[in-house]
Design a protein around this ligand. Structure first.
Ligand code: SAM
Ligand code: SF4
Ligand code: SF4
Length: 370
């Protein structure tokens, strides 16, 4: 029997301390390294209808796997309340994720509630969502109508056999491509397409994917296979460095670097020299970008993580459900961000066997949200 080393939930989390003196949010919170709080990712379900081998491998996420019970999940009202407090601290961008966010019932109602929030500058939020695309064709119009602005769709191959091997539930490429088309048609573009590249699995798909999305409205981004969680059997030898991806594509379709849209953008941008659009590379292993990391993550059950590789969260749900005021919860969030010193990717060391050293018990991506 496979040994389950996965954290069903993060048993080390505690409710954060509420400071004795409450501080009103200034809209410009900074952490220990002067990094602002700009971006909030909210995981709205820990469930998924795919079993991507690098994220929710079937051997671990099998029929006996215990997902969170419904009453453990934050309600839409709780999510919106926390999101509003984060926005008052300076958050301008919210991404809904999971698990597969389109599996959460009545998601459109949550989108509608979040779309009403305004940044400290009085502007609408950049409200987006990451999905595996399986239900996108069906839901794109209602999500757009509810106020969603854009979507990112994950797609790891154009070849059906390879894609099915990666999603491990026999899901066909054509259905995801159809979802991307519908998203464009209803105005959820430009759609970003995320391709996780894993050596020995889908590197032969790099060029076909680049050719397919060149001259299309979608922006393809290549993501290095990351050592998130503890269940995906990560090894450095399976990582194809982004520099190699850029070299490979550039040799056939010349590329020119492009400036980032904003400080802290995760993807490094390149455009085709012939005007055929752009690609991005996300190099969290070979070229860490902690220095500008302005992202916080809220897990499905309301724990705040200040780093994707954290081993412990801060239980904001406990504060909500023990009846704390907005001022108390907001002060607790402010105090947490001010002491934040996370920079896991910069500090990660790899041993001679290709294994990442130094941190056990990292929470899973499907729980914390990608
Ligand atoms: N289910 C949705 C999806 O697949 O788009 C949203 C959640 S998923 C965890 C978010 C993103 O994380 C996806 O683009 C996925 O490919 C990426 N991801 C998951 N595990 C990863 C890993 N080990 N390394 C790099 N990216 C990973
Ligand atoms: Fe599901 Fe997304 Fe993880 Fe794939 S990457 S298993 S689609 S949560
Ligand atoms: Fe941000 Fe942590 Fe990733 Fe560094 S390792 S970029 S701090 S989430």
């Amino acid at each position: 029997m496979t040994e389950k080393i996965i954290l069903l939930n993060d048993g080390r989390s505690q409710a954060p301390a509420v400071p004795a003196t409450l501080e009103a949010p200034t809209g410009s919170l900074r952490d220990q390294f002067a990094r602002p709080l700009h971006d909030l990712r909210i995981s709205i379900t820990d469930r998924c209808n795919f079993r991507c081998v690098y994220c929710m491998p079937k051997e671990v996420f099998d029929k006996d796997y215990q997902y969170l019970p419904h009453n453990a999940l934050l309600t839409f009202e709780e999510i919106t309340r926390i999101a509003r407090l984060f926005v008052e601290h300076g958050v301008e961008k919210i991404r809904l994720t999971g698990g597969e966010p389109l599996l959460r019932k009545d998601l459109e109602r949550l989108v509608g509630m979040l779309a009403e929030l305004r940044t400290v500058h009085g502007k609408p939020l950049d409200l987006t969502l990451t999905t595996n695309g399986s239900l996108l064709a069906r839901k794109a119009q209602s999500l757009k109508d509810a106020g969603l602005q854009r979507v990112t769709v994950s797609l790891d191959a154009l070849d059906d056999a390879i894609f099915k091997r990666m999603n491990d539930v026999d899901f066909a490429v054509a259905d995801v491509l159809h979802g991307i088309d519908v998203a464009h048609k209803v105005g959820l573009g430009p759609v970003k397409v995320n391709m996780v590249v894993k050596r020995g699995m889908n590197e032969q798909e790099i060029l076909p994917m680049a050719r397919h999305f060149k001259d299309s409205p979608a922006i393809l981004r290549f993501i290095e296979f990351m050592d998130v969680g503890s269940s995906n059997g990560w090894n450095m030898h399976d990582v194809i460095p982004s520099a190699e991806v850029v070299r490979m594509i550039g040799a056939e379709m010349p590329l020119v670097p492009v400036d980032p849209n904003y400080t802290g953008e995760t993807a490094e941008r390149w455009r085709y020299a012939d005007g055929g659009g752009e690609i991005g590379v996300i190099s969290s292993v070979t070229h860490a970008f902690c220095k500008d990391c302005s992202r916080a993550r809220l897990s499905t059950e309301g724990k705040l993580y200040t780093c994707l590789f954290a081993t412990r969260g801060h239980d904001l749900r406990a504060l909500l459900r023990e009846g704390r005021s907005d001022a108390e919860i907001s002060s607790a969030i402010g105090a947490l961000w001010r002491v934040r010193g996370d920079r896991y990717s910069e500090l990660r060391t790899i041993n001679t066997e290709g294994l990442a050293q130094g941190r056990d018990g990292k929470v899973e991506m499907s729980y914390i949200g990608g």
